[in-house]
Design a protein around this ligand. Structure first.
Ligand code: GA4
Length: 330
């Protein structure tokens, strides 16, 4: 990647939070074949807002085929890729993240998963030669969406509230404002590697949606922020999925679940490729605590907003801003 050295310095991880501990082996792992899985998922959403899922229903070939085709795309000459960007709001992006001057050591493809938009994206965003990439994205997203719906239904069952599809129906809705991104984090430059600093691939933030599902290759880089403010590194696992609780889910559960702050650091030697599905509701959905969950006398912690209002606000903020804080009741 050609990049001005000044910008490289701006991306260096300055560790504003507590020091990074080494690789963390305490990430909750949920085996979907375990009869206790529902309880473990809810526990993890409350404690960390993050968990890993194994024995899921998504075939490994869906992940590896898509990864392979995505790498072919990222290996195209920069000028060819730039025909599909800059993202507005969808398309190919290089170093710039979102509309407000956030940058990262990353290039990506960002797409809506709405059926009518997805077909336009196929023509506008992806190179003509990438029909294969397009069909692999469709195959992958639909399998991950099904798995995500099952997880959301398990959550509702465990919380003993109903109806079971109260959350999954939001992301199954044909107007669901879900999106999908494939990120490529090239290895960080030698100069940086020698200085012992890591570059920020994707700066710290919480996801605005209900839930996000990450799958990466075998390169580390993802870190999550624990309750005490410590950053921990998530060991990569290319055959599993990592689930993040998003801001909307924190509101829907009236603060019971925690929207987890996370970031990605570029690796010194290896490329990281990740695919992230962001499960979001239709634009008009009111994001409020589920009434069936509220206990007698319990106060709502957030002012009411629609997903469209929250998304518009997110686009006016910087990546690391505390967006949900703006809706907290005094
Ligand atoms: C973070 C989660 C998703 O990647 C994303 C990001 C979005 C973007 O890349 O355009 C945002 C970011 C994300 C939240 C704040 C705004 C918007 C970049 C940014 C600075 C696609 C999303 O939905 O919100």
């Amino acid at each position: 990647m050609e990049i001005l050295s000044q910008t490289v310095d701006n991306l260096a991880c300055n560790n504003t939070c507590k020091p990074i501990s080494s690789t963390f082996h305490g990430i909750p792992v949920v085996d979907l074949l375990d009869p206790d899985a529902k309880t473990q998922i809810v526990e993890a959403c409350k404690e960390i807002g993050f968990f890993k899922v194994i024995n899921h229903s998504v075939p490994m070939e869906f992940m590896s085929r898509l990864e392979c085709e995505a790498i072919k795309f990222f290996n195209l000459p920069r000028l060819d890729k730039e025909k599909y960007g800059p993202p507005n709001a969808f398309g190919y992006g290089y170093r710039k993240i979102g509309p407000n001057n956030d940058v990262g050591w990353v290039e990506y493809i960002l797409l809506s998963t709405r059926p009518e938009i997805i077909s336009q994206d196929a023509q506008v965003v992806l190179p003509g030669s990438s029909e294969i990439l397009w069909s692999l994205i469709n195959e992958y997203v639909s399998a991950v969406k099904n798995m995500t719906c099952s997880i959301l239904e398990m959550i509702i069952e465990e919380l003993k509230i109903g109806p079971k599809d109260v959350l999954s129906s939001l992301i199954r809705d044909e107007k669901s404002d879900s999106c999908f991104r494939v990120n490529h984090y090239p290895p960080c430059p030698e100069r940086q590697a020698l200085s012992g600093e890591n570059l920020i691939g994707f700066g710290e933030h919480t996801d605005p949606q209900i839930i996000s599902v990450v799958r990466s290759n075998d390169t580390s880089g993802l870190q999550i922020c624990m309750r005490d403010g410590t950053w921990v590194s998530v060991p990569p696992d290319q055959s599993s999925f990592f689930f993040n609780v998003g801001d909307s889910m924190q509101v829907i559960t009236n603060g019971r679940f925690r929207s987890v702050k996370h970031r990605v650091l570029a690796h010194r030697l290896k490329s990281r490729v990740s695919m992230v599905y962001f499960g979001g509701p239709p634009l008009s959905t009111k994001i409020t605590p589920l009434s069936s969950l509220m206990e007698e006398g319990e106060e709502e912690l957030y002012e009411e907003f629609t997903w469209s209002e929250y998304k518009n606000l997110a686009n006016k903020t910087m990546l690391g801003d505390n967006r949900l804080g703006l809706f907290e009741k005094p």
